[in-house]
Design a protein around this ligand. Structure first.
Ligand code: 5MM
Length: 340
């Protein structure tokens, strides 16, 4: 393992004022996204949608890295340039989602375990050859009656650690993504309790697996009320609780934390990130690795019509720019209504 190279890539992924575009929707998820705009999910439309995002003028100033799904990593621009090569030329780091999804955890109703370790070493070798310099693995922890169980947390933490060790062995920076879902009606306090337990287990297993912390990126959820909670916590509380939780659980050796958006609206996700970056210096860089919160406005503006390609790019570049400002501590809510 070349540690200094891993560290260089990890630092680049969380460079000041920039963040990561999560464009790694698997076939089922991108179909759902296209369904929402009544567009059929064909391979060419998926390619063209991703090309719209990757080539959006001005977006590269706010995007440090892009997470691909297997299909997209192998696709090209309409001019025939492989996407990873196109992005590398722009100074954007290509990465790849390598997990095989969250599957039901046996004997633990309502809980999942993320699969994909079998054959991972060989797949990482191939992905490195295709240009990927980092990878992503997402563990999913749901909050509900009697869940998550200790076992569910431990099993997912162990899988994340085994994945991360294989990545570093193959000179690929692991994004470690333990996502505590915000789908339920739980309070912010319950989210904090579960996120604390999850991050404690994850860093314990990362330590046991001998992960080089300086050569990884953490992708956590924010500490936030469930979507169906009746009395949802204010943005300032979200920022405060998230920072408290992370400061207790994430070693300062980790170069950066890139949040998932998890179902927050685009402006909510930007506002929360902005508040955290205004709260003073932290041990790690704090940025975004949003999927839905970065793409939602662009997806709607595009609507599957070639004539709307430019409008989709404009919407994406603007959202990326606002998040870049939030990552630099320069975002203000009034910017939402201002022109770029
Ligand atoms: C972009 O969505 C990713 C892929 O999900 P599937 O494997 O279900 O297709 C997802 O892992 C994503 O990278 C993170 O959850 C962050 O995305 P959001 O939308 O929560 O910011």
């Amino acid at each position: 393992m070349n540690r200094s190279e891993l560290e260089r890539v990890a630092r680049g992924m969380v460079a000041k004022g920039k963040g990561i575009l999560a464009a790694d929707e698997s076939s089922g998820t991108i179909r759902k996204r296209f369904d929402s705009i009544r567009v059929e999910s064909t391979e060419e439309l998926r390619r063209s949608y991703r090309e719209m995002l990757f080539t959006a003028p001005g977006a590269a100033g706010s995007i440090s890295a892009v997470i691909f799904y297997d299909e997209t990593l192998r696709q090209k621009t309409k001019d025939g340039v492989p996407f990873p090569e196109y992005l590398t030329r722009l100074g954007i780091i290509p990465g790849i989602k390598v997990d095989a999804g969250a599957k039901p955890l046996a004997a633990h109703p309502g809980e999942t375990i993320t699969e994909g370790l079998d054959g991972l070493r060989e797949r990482l070798v191939e992905y490195h050859g295709l240009g990927a310099r980092f990878a992503k693995w997402r563990a999913v922890i749901d909050i509900g009656d009697g869940i998550p169980s200790r076992y569910g947390i431990e099993a997912n933490a162990e899988a994340l650690a085994r994945y991360a060790a294989l990545c570093q062995e193959q000179q690929i920076v692991p994004i470690v993504e333990p996502e505590v879902l915000m789908d339920g009606g739980h309070s912010i306090e319950r989210c904090e309790e579960v996120t604390n337990a999850v991050l404690e287990a994850v860093f314990d297993r990362l330590y046991m697996a001998r992960i080089h912390l300086e050569g990884m990126v953490l992708k956590p959820n924010m500490v936030i009320s469930g979507k169906k909670a009746t009395n949802r916590a204010a943005p300032e509380q979200v920022a405060e609780a998230t920072l408290r939780c992370l400061r207790r659980r994430v070693p300062a050796a980790v170069p950066g934390i890139a949040f998932l958006s998890g179902g927050q609206s685009p402006s909510e996700a930007t506002q929360h990130l902005g508040l955290m970056n205004r709260a003073g210096p932290q041990p790690w860089a704090l940025t975004f690795s949003y999927g839905r919160a970065l793409q939602e406005t662009a997806l709607k503006a595009w609507g599957g019509a070639p004539a709307n390609f430019g409008a989709g790019q404009k919407a994406f570049a603007r959202r990326a720019q606002l998040n870049g400002l939030a990552a630099a501590g320069l975002y203000e809510a009034s910017m939402e209504s201002q022109a770029a």
